[in-house]
Design a protein around this ligand. Structure first.
Ligand code: SN0
Length: 317
C-alpha cells in the first residue's frame, strides 16, 4: 500500500482486517513504529471523528501529528497552467512539495463542492496532492469516497454479524442540507467486494453514480428493502443526476422503531454526525441495536491499521 485513497488502494483486505483485530486487542504493541515520523493532517472541511481518531491512531504508534485547518493557510490553486492573478496565492505544486518536506504521511479532508460533477468526480484536490507530494497520502474523505469510514464499517459488520452472509441495507434518509455522496459511494464500493447481500434503497432520483452502484440491487420501496435486514446503514446524500441538489425531501424516509421492526433485529449504523429525529428517531439511535459509537471507536483501530501499513512500506518512498 503506497497511498490510502479508496478501496483500490487495498489488494488483500483479509490480512488487514486480521491486523485490525490484533490492534484492537493490543493497541500499543507497536508503540515505536512511528517514532520520529510526522503526519500532517490537512482539513479543508470540518471534522470531529476523523481528526481525533487519526491523531489518536498516530499517537498509539509513536508518531508526531500536525493538524492544519487549511482555511487558515494560503488559498491553494489546484489547476495546472493557470494564470494566478485572482484570489489563490499558492499553487498545489509548491504547497504539496513543501508539506512533503515536513511530513512523512499527509492526510487530506476535502469534501465535494456539489457544484460541478466533473470537478468532484475528477477528484482534483486529492489527485493533485498525489501528483505533487513525495510522501504517502491518506484520504480523510474526498469528493467521492471516505475509505477510512468504509473500511471501519466493514470491520464493524464483521465484529457484529450473526451469520456469514448478512443482509446489509444502505438506506437514503432525509436531511435539511445537500450532502455529498462520498460516504454512500464508498460504503457500496467496499461492501460490494464482500459476499454480503447488499441492497441500496432510496427515492427515485437519488441513484448513486453507476461508477459505484453498477451491479448493485436497488429497491425503491424502503419497507421492502428493510425486510430481514441484519444491518441498516442510514445516510443522506444529494442527487447525482441533478448534481448536488435536494430533489425531494421525503420526510417519511426517516428510520423509525416501526421500520426497524421489519428487519431481522438489525443493527443500526451511521457514520455520524447524525441529525436526530430527521435521519433517525431517538428510540432507534438510543436503542440497544444502535452501534454508531462502536463504529466511531473502530475509526481509531482502522486508522492505526492503515498507518501501520504505510509506515511499514515507507522505504518505497
Ligand atoms: C459529511 C458527509 O459527507 O455527509 C461528513 C460525514 C462523515 N456530513 C455532513 O456534512 C453533515 C453535516 C450536517 O449538517 O448534518
Amino acid at each position: 500500500m503506497n497511498h490510502f485513497l479508496s478501496r483500490n488502494s487495498v489488494d488483500e483486505l483479509k490480512p488487514l482486517l486480521e491486523k485490525a483485530r490484533q490492534i484492537k486487542q493490543n493497541p500499543f504493541e507497536h508503540a515505536t513504529l512511528g517514532k520520529n515520523k510526522t503526519m500532517v493532517l490537512l482539513f479543508f472541511n470540518p471534522s470531529l471523528r476523523t481528526r481525533l481518531s487519526t491523531q489518536k491512531a498516530a499517537l498509539n504508534l509513536g508518531m508526531n501529528v500536525i493538524p492544519l485547518n487549511v482555511s487558515q493557510a494560503w488559498g491553494v490553486e489546484f489547476e495546472d497552467g493557470t494564470i494566478m492573478n485572482f484570489d489563490k496565492a499558492e499553487h498545489i505544486k509548491e504547497a504539496a512539495a513543501v508539506i512533503s518536506q515536513y511530513a512523512d504521511i499527509i492526510g487530506i479532508r476535502t469534501f465535494s463542492g456539489l457544484k460541478s460533477k466533473e470537478q468532484d468526480y475528477g477528484e482534483i484536490v486529492l489527485s493533485q496532492f498525489v501528483k505533487y507530494a513525495t510522501v504517502p497520502i491518506i484520504n480523510l474523505e474526498s469528493a467521492t469516497v471516505h475509505p477510512l469510514q468504509s473500511m471501519t464499517d466493514l470491520f464493524t459488520i464483521e465484529e457484529y454479524k450473526r451469520k456469514t452472509r448478512p443482509k446489509v441495507v444502505l438506506t437514503w434518509t432525509p436531511h435539511p442540507r445537500a450532502l455529498p455522496q462520498a460516504v454512500s459511494n464508498s460504503f457500496v464500493e467496499w461492501i460490494k467486494k464482500t459476499d454480503y447481500e447488499l441492497v441500496i434503497t432510496h427515492p427515485k432520483g437519488y441513484e448513486l453514480s453507476p461508477q459505484f452502484s453498477k451491479d448493485c440491487t436497488v429497491e425503491y420501496e424502503q419497507g421492502k428493502a428493510l425486510e430481514e435486514a441484519d444491518f441498516v446503514y442510514a445516510k443522506n446524500w444529494s442527487s447525482f443526476s441533478e448534481y448536488g441538489k435536494i430533489i425531494s425531501k421525503e420526510e417519511n424516509w426517516m428510520i423509525t422503531a416501526q421500520k426497524m421492526a421489519l428487519t431481522n433485529d438489525a443493527y443500526f449504523m451511521h457514520c455520524l454526525p447524525i441529525r436526530r429525529n430527521v435521519v433517525v428517531e431517538d428510540a432507534v439511535l438510543d436503542g440497544p441495536n444502535s452501534i454508531v459509537i462502536q463504529q466511531a471507536k473502530n475509526r481509531e483501530i482502522i486508522a492505526q491499521t492503515v498507518l501501520s501499513e504505510l509506515l511499514k512500506n515507507k522505504s518505497k518512498f
